[in-house]
Design a binder for this molecule. Structure first.
Ligand code: CA
Length: 229
């Protein structure tokens, strides 16, 4: 049974209830609930939940502002945030991810997807990024030696390709915007642009062969490694 406490910040009572029931069915204990951003911030500061589900369209202060305040406050900075968004809010999703939100789920969402994303975030948070080897479905990434093996075959990657792959395998299921990826590899090989990230991803997928399909393009947002790989 999981024992992580989750804070739901959502103004629609019906969606709040759906989330509450979903969490209960997955064994999570009773969550904290807020119907507006101000209350959400207070609950986050007072109770320090393990994860926050944050609607973007809220009365009063909107979800993006809540996210920015959470990430600016030392007390709440490290709490993973999953944004709850509408289809039309792609540009807000990019902003939120760049502010430090870990992921987003588009409404209407299935219970299964919501729980999978929550688990990925909680696991992400507890996992050590710099462990000596990261293994994902036949792929072995060794950050210390800067080596990648796929089914025991050594892959030749450029420094940037390696850093991008390392970012993805460290956080399966997590979406990265192009500028987040740029920040990670900046100034390594040559000046990096958003377009050049797309090129690097194409090359990386090609070198990874069939494994490359695990790197998903999220239209209008960025890239991620499939959850559960
Ligand atoms: Ca709303």
């Amino acid at each position: 049974m999981p024992n992580e406490k989750i804070l739901i910040v959502e103004d629609e009572p019906a969606i709040r209830e759906l989330i509450r029931l979903t969490l209960q069915s997955a064994g999570y204990p009773a969550a904290y609930e807020a119907a507006d951003g101000e209350t959400g911030l207070q609950l986050a500061r007072n109770h320090h939940p393990d994860l926050i589900l944050l609607d973007l369209m809220l009365p009063g202060i909107d979800g993006l502002t809540v996210c920015r305040k959470l990430k600016a406050d030392e007390e709440t900075r490290n709490i993973p945030v999953i944004m709850l968004t509408a289809k039309s809010e792609e540009s807000d999703v990019v902003l939120g991810l760049e502010m430090g939100a870990g992921d987003y789920v588009t409404k209407p969402f299935s219970r299964k997807i919501l729980i999978a994303r929550i688990r990925a975030q909680l696991r992400d948070f507890s996992e050590q990024e710099n462990s000596s080897e990261i293994r994902r479905s036949g792929l072995v990434v060794n950050p210390d030696q800067h080596r990648v093996r796929l089914d025991d075959r050594e892959l030749e990657l450029t420094f940037s390709e390696f850093e991008i792959l390392r970012l993805f395998v460290s956080h399966p299921g997590r979406v990265y915007t192009r500028s987040q990826i740029i920040a990670r590899i900046k100034g390594v090989d040559y000046p990096v642009t958003e377009r050049s990230i797309d090129v690097q991803i194409v090359n990386l997928r090609r070198k990874l062969g069939t494994w490359g399909v695990n790197i998903e393009t999220i239209r209008g947002v960025g890239y991620r490694l499939k959850a559960g790989v």
